[in-house]
Design a binder for this molecule. Structure first.
Ligand code: NAD
Length: 265
């Protein structure tokens, strides 16, 4: 079990990619705090399902864009588990609009949750990693942070300027933070998924027509499943990836290979 005895906090853990990561980390032996903002029932059910399969998990409410709520969430995790080894800063949302129609409220909401939310959680995690006793038999690194980014940290996305800006910001926050805390042996990496089948992008895969259009962007020929991301997240949080920090791991079926150029020779 790659994460045996470790404690992981997964934000936005009650659905989609976060839910799959929570399950996979619990199956790998971690105690998992499943953060949710609105989905209390789903988070409680997920924690319950994990307990039934012999794992360890509990649900924990917090809006990641609220500094006080994030501080209280970390306090509760430490009160319950005694320490934190892994943060998966996964919570995120989209509020799409053409640029000329984008409201300041929608710009701010996406930046607040996707970027500032990751800043607040990563800062609390770093403070915790530095203040707690090191347990080298559990993990070689003092702590691990995984920032959920997107292929849109590098692929521009018309109609989603706030989202793409937030993910570009996540990438540079992740790399700068990784550089800053590497000497303290805290590993910080990003996962940049392509199109993964979750509620956030339902309209892109729900109908056969939309799916056909989407698949033109994916050389590997299928949409990704949350489990594809979850398996990589477990590896990235484990000692198996101990020398890796400051890296974006693209899990995108080749979307960032710019398939439009394949037949353009
Ligand atoms: P999702 O909508 O199923 O999950 C997002 C989760 O974040 C939800 O549980 C939601 O309740 C939570 N959340 C939103 N605002 C929050 C807040 N203020 N505080 C706490 N939690 C909050 O979608 P998903 O696809 O699983 O998205 C997870 C992450 O993956 C996001 O950061 C998203 O940008 C990223 N991502 C997804 C895809 C994809 O194709 N699905 C691709 C690239 C990146």
């Amino acid at each position: 079990m790659l994460l045996k005895g470790q404690t992981a906090l997964v934000t936005g853990g009650s659905s989609g990619i976060g839910s799959a990561i929570a399950q996979a980390m619990a199956a790998a032996g971690a105690t998992v705090a499943v953060n949710h903002r609105a989905g209390a029932e789903r988070a409680a059910k997920l924690a319950d399902d994990i307990l039934k399969t012999g794992g360890s998990a509990f649900a924990i409410e917090a809006d990641v864009s609220d500094e006080g709520a994030v501080e209280r969430m970390f306090e509760e995790v430490i009160n319950r588990c005694g320490r934190l080894d892994i943060l998966v800063a996964n919570a995120g949302l989209q509020k799409d609009a053409s640029f000329q129609d984008m409201s300041l409220a929608d710009w701010r909401k996406v930046i607040d949750v996707n970027l500032t939310g990751q800043f607040l959680c990563a800062r609390a995690a770093v403070r915790q990693f530095l203040s707690q006793e090191e347990l080298p038999h559990l993990s070689r690194a003092r702590g691990k942070i995984i920032c959920m980014s997107s292929v849109h940290e590098v692929i521009p996305w018309a109609g989603h300027v706030n989202y793409a800006a937030s993910k570009g910001g996540v990438m540079m926050m992740m790399k700068s933070l990784a550089q800053e805390v590497a000497r303290q042996r805290i590993r910080v990496n990003g996962i940049a998924p392509g199109a993964i089948r979750t509620p956030i992008n339902k309209e892109a895969w729900e109908s056969p027509e939309a799916l056909e259009k989407l698949l033109k962007l994916i050389p590997y020929g299928r949409i990704g499943e949350p489990e594809n991301v979850a398996k990589a997240a477990v590896w990235l949080a484990s000692d198996e990836s101990d020398y890796i920090t400051g890296t974006s791991l693209f899990i995108d079926g080749g979307m960032t290979l710019y398939p439009g150029f394949a037949d353009n020779g």
